[in-house]
Design a protein around this ligand. Structure first.
Ligand code: SF4
Ligand code: F3S
Length: 112
């Protein structure tokens, strides 16, 4: 089991999550963060810290594609362990539909 970052992180990127992770397994791209599944110890402390409710356990329905997405980009992006400024207009982007398609060119996280 692992936790994964999902679509609503895109263009919000609050980064509260990285402050609490005991194993520093978050990785950062231009528009969002991901968790490296192989490093996550399933402690769950990051999930309630995300103001955008973007972090899910991979036992939740619909997260299989997101697990693949998190694994793929965690291998490509640099590690992040300290909080940074949220994305500009984070509040305006919070909860919007279609962010994955807009940012990654595909609406399916398994192939984005
Ligand atoms: Fe880090 Fe725990 Fe969140 Fe996994 S569940 S990403 S180990 S804080
Ligand atoms: Fe993203 Fe939430 Fe962390 S918006 S950066 S998963 S606190």
């Amino acid at each position: 089991m692992t936790y994964v970052v999902t679509e609503n992180c895109i263009r919000c990127k609050y980064t509260d999550c990285v402050e609490v992770c005991p194993v520093d397994c978050f990785y950062v791209g231009d528009s969002m963060l991901v968790i490296k599944p192989d490093e996550c110890i399933d402690c769950g402390v990051c999930e309630p810290e995300c103001p955008a409710d973007a972090i899910k356990a991979d036992t939740e329905p619909g997260t299989a594609g997101w697990k693949a997405f998190n694994a793929k980009y965690a291998d490509l992006w640099p590690n992040i362990s300290e909080k940074t400024e949220p994305a500009g207009d984070a509040a305006a982007w919070d909860g919007r539909d279609g962010k994955l398609l807009e940012a990654f060119g595909n609406a399916d996280p398994a192939v984005a």
